[in-house]
Design a protein around this ligand. Structure first.
Ligand SMILES: [Zn+2]
Length: 146
């Protein structure tokens, strides 16, 4: 029995290794938020305790870099209607002028422009504030394989 258990454990471990080698693991946002899949400087979408949103920018080595000329807006698609969030520069980061709508379980579309005249890129975030049991991160910023 003990021997069998050891074999099973070994198989599971091997599987685990194989999986992690192929799984496209997402880079975790350094502050605990969602790192958007935009070109560097990457933007991290982080919801503060007061439900306002902070966007921080990072270079390739995930070192925070000051906000340059990027323009960010976000639209929260809550059940009782859409709320548009606009951002102000505060030090090196961008902060939303208003908080996200109450609750969670809705989508947020983040629109990012490299500079005011650039083509916008949209990123969809499923806003869920539960803690993921696997990576221990907030679900909207979960880095587990989808
Ligand atoms: Zn996770």
């Amino acid at each position: 029995m003990k021997h069998l258990l050891k074999i099973v454990t070994t198989i599971l471990l091997l599987h685990g290794t194989a999986f992690s080698a192929f799984a496209e693991k997402q880079t975790p946002g350094p502050k605990g938020g969602k790192l958007l899949e935009n070109d560097a400087p990457r933007a991290e979408f982080f919801v503060e305790k007061d439900h306002t949103v902070t966007v921080t920018f990072y270079d390739d080595s995930l070192k925070a870099v000051p906000h340059a000329s990027q323009v960010v807006t976000a639209t929260a698609e809550a059940k009782d209607g859409k709320t548009k969030l606009e951002f102000d520069k505060k030090g090196d980061v961008l902060v939303s002028k208003s908080p996200l709508p109450h609750g969670d379980g809705y989508n947020i579309v983040v629109q990012l422009k490299k500079d005011p005249s650039a083509k916008p890129q949209n990123f969809r975030i499923k806003y869920d504030t539960h803690i993921c049991g696997e990576c221990n991160r907030v679900e909207y910023a979960c880095t587990c394989e989808e």
